[in-house]
Design a protein around this ligand. Structure first.
Ligand code: 6R9
Length: 672
């Protein structure tokens, strides 16, 4: 494994927590307050988490003893990888996220302010309304589709309130949701429906992204036909978002959501919850790894619930009257934990936005912030960098006075973007929480806490309660003590940890526990003398494009489906907005004439196979790829050529044919 460093200049400044936030902070105003709680959480993890879990949730039945709320084995040599939290207890997360708040008098509190793609399209859903809608959909799923505890239900939707409603309805029945990002292609969607063996898909006929209409149903038709051909018969419930004209519906397979809901009996509004074990699966979320097809990471009910709520309320220092806005799509883990479960479990009011930050103007997000008086705002560095390009004026036009906390997630935030976020968006009155975590971790792992933790731009700072990070030397695989750099691993389980890969426990063990006793994150990090962590990027072949995870092999597989391609190699290149761009080397078949059209067709095939987020930034024709004598592609060299760092190619003498390097450089001069 190679440590890379994607960071730019190091800003040595340390920013004290915002004073007004310190006065509010539930953890306390000083780092010592945080450390005291941290020490308790790692010295007595059972007691700590038992206390948290009892305080904030309803359990139908409790776990056996507070002395052992968890058990885990991270060491393959001692037996199978096994992670359990609150085992023996029973609960229902939908009950905790909706019904419970109603019983506590929050029936008329707004759960979601929804803001559509176009200005003027807006609505609000209270907890009472949410309960009715969730109940009805659960009733429909149960009575018409036979969805029961454990059934997998796929969800493929734009950012409309039906997204969280569908996730809640599925969980109400103890069924297992698999949300697929609405920007994914038919192929990606069908692969996920097939792997999860979903029997129902909840979707919409279309959406708008800025000026661009997206016909989701067309993609769905292709995906469902494909799934059926491969033995997975999946039905579709289609939400009418813009209209039914010209939308083909397949008899016996597709129905309109609105028609079905309108036809339900009155009792549908009070569908009871299904109590499930704490370790019962809650959802699958497919994510990219360094090899093979995307893996369906499985999260379970009790631990995820406790972790989502605790991290949400703590990292954003959530208070009862706050209005929170997360721009993450429900198709990603950020949209699961921090646009859906965390905010709902806390009984918060949050904003759900369907559109893009630049439509109709680049002030859109800040207009929304002012409209709903948003207090906490959570987005990704790539979006901040894109908005930075448009200058300060669109931001300055708005007030943003309500903001207290600005969150960042998805990739390391570069110092320029951090400063812009802090000074321009936050005008120096907001703490920035740079939250490091992963699909696999379920929730925040390393993060500052508002009003509490001094901020160093570019550092995610300190571990969250209960989280025990360590750095391993990449050569010796021994722990690095004190300040230093290495592979970031976690030594002890935490409640939000993913339990397995759906149908592939072996891959889960191999991928995440290659070193006995540690959960391997796949990221590299540096720890400074204050114990602050500085994430340095992936150490494996996973790309991070605009905060989205993509495997190099996944993109290569897509390129290789091109009829003129013999083989390909994909590497990341630094990109000033996306963070990382996709650079594809392609060897075409003998006799194929290289033209711009041909190179464009390679881009198109990747877009069609995976989705627009995977569209390559550059296609570099190659006569051969630099390989070792044992046939291993030397990506290090490909990365350097792509980035134009020709004086840093290093030793190329171990290549089977060193002349390919010169050829590649010459071809780059002509085509890229
Ligand atoms: C939540 C999410 C996980 C990967 C992770 C890391 C990168 C996320 C980061 C960050 C530096 C941060 N990452 N947050 N790197 N600083 N604050 O993004 O999950 O899509 O699974 O991606 O994203 O490389 O390993 P996921």
């Amino acid at each position: 494994m190679v440590l890379q460093d994607h960071r730019d200049v190091k800003d040595q400044r340390v920013y004290a927590p915002i004073e007004s936030n310190s006065k509010l902070s539930k953890v306390g105003p000083t780092l010592e307050d945080r450390m005291k709680q941290y020490r308790e959480s790692v010295e007595q993890p059972s007691q700590y988490w038992a206390r948290v879990a009892k305080q904030n949730f309803f359990w139908k039945t409790l776990w056996e003893s507070d002395d052992s709320v968890f058990s885990f084995n991270f060491d393959k040599s001692k037996g199978p990888i096994d992670i359990k939290w609150f085992d023996g207890a029973t609960t229902n997360i939908c009950y905790n996220a909706v019904d419970r708040h109603i019983e506590e008098g929050k029936k008329d509190k707004v759960a979601f302010y929804w803001e559509g793609n176009d200005v003027g399209e807006t609505s609000a859903v209270t907890y009472g309304q949410l309960h009715d809608e969730v109940s009805k959909l659960a009733y429909l799923l149960k009575t018409k589709y036979g969805v029961v505890k454990g059934t997998r239900v796929s969800i493929y939707l734009p950012m409309i309130t039906l997204g969280p409603i569908a996730m809640l309805a599925v969980a109400r029945l103890g069924a297992v949701a698999s949300v697929v990002f609405g920007g994914f292609s038919a192929h990606s969607l069908s692969a996920r429906i097939i792997d999860s063996e979903s029997t129902v898909l909840i979707t919409a006929e279309g959406t708008m992204r800025g000026d661009k209409p997206i016909q989701l149903k067309k993609i769905v038709d292709e995906a469902l036909t494909d799934a059926e051909a491969q033995g997975v018969a999946c039905k579709a419930i289609v939400f009418e978002r813009h209209g039914r004209d010209g939308v083909p519906m397949k008899e016996g397979r597709d129905v309109w959501y609105q028609d079905e809901i309108a036809a339900l009996p009155a009792e549908a509004a009070s569908t009871p919850v299904e109590w499930v074990e704490a370790e019962h699966p809650l959802f699958l979320l497919y994510t990219s790894g360094s090899t093979g097809k995307p893996k369906g990471l499985e999260h379970t009910t009790g631990g995820y619930m406790v972790y989502a709520h605790t991290t949400f309320t703590t990292t954003f220092d959530y208070h009862d009257d706050d209005v929170y806005f997360c721009t993450g799509d429900i198709g990603w883990i950020t949209g699961h934990t921090y646009a859906t479960w965390g905010p709902l479990l806390a009984g918060s009011t949050s904003v759900l936005f369907e559109g893009v930050p630049t439509h109709p103007t680049p002030s859109r997000w800040w207009d929304i912030v002012d409209k709903f008086k948003v207090t906490q705002f959570y987005t990704a560095p790539t979006a901040i960098r894109a908005l930075m390009k448009g200058g300060e004026a669109p931001v300055k036009k708005t007030s943003r006075a309500s903001l207290r906390v600005l969150g960042s997630v998805g990739e390391p935030i570069n110092v320029e973007a951090w400063n812009w976020y802090y000074n321009v968006v936050g005008e120096g009155h907001c703490d920035i929480v740079d939250t490091w975590w992963q699909t696999e971790t379920g929730g925040h792992m390393i993060t500052p806490l508002p009003g509490n933790t001094p901020l160093k731009p570019g550092s995610a700072s300190l571990p969250f309660f209960g989280v025990q990070p360590a750095l391993l030397d990449p050569t010796t695989l021994k722990e690095v003590e004190g300040a230093g750099e290495g592979l970031l691993v976690i030594k002890h389980s935490w409640p939000g940890q993913s339990r397995t890969i759906f149908k592939d426990a072996e891959r889960f063990a191999q991928t995440y526990f290659p070193v006995d006793g540690y959960y391997m994150t796949g990221d590299g990090a540096r720890r400074d003398a204050d114990g602050y962590y500085w994430l340095t990027g992936r150490v494996d072949d996973v790309l991070n494009v605009s905060g989205h995870r993509l495997g190099t092999s996944e993109v290569e597989c897509a390129v290789n489906t091109h009829p003129d391609v013999v083989e390909s190699a994909v590497v990341g290149i630094p990109h000033d907005v996306k963070g990382e761009g996709i650079y594809v080397y392609v060897c075409f078949k003998e006799g194929v004439e290289i033209t711009q059209k041909l190179l464009d067709s390679v881009k198109a095939i990747v877009r069609n196979e995976i989705g627009a987020i995977a569209t390559p930034d550059a296609v570099h024709p190659a006569n051969g790829l630099p390989k070792t004598r044992s046939g291993k592609i030397m990506r290090r060299i490909l990365r350097k050529i792509a980035a134009g760092q020709l004086d840093e190619l290093g030793d190329i003498s171990t290549l089977a044919d060193p002349s390919v390097v010169e050829e590649l450089i010459a071809l780059k001069a002509v085509w890229v």
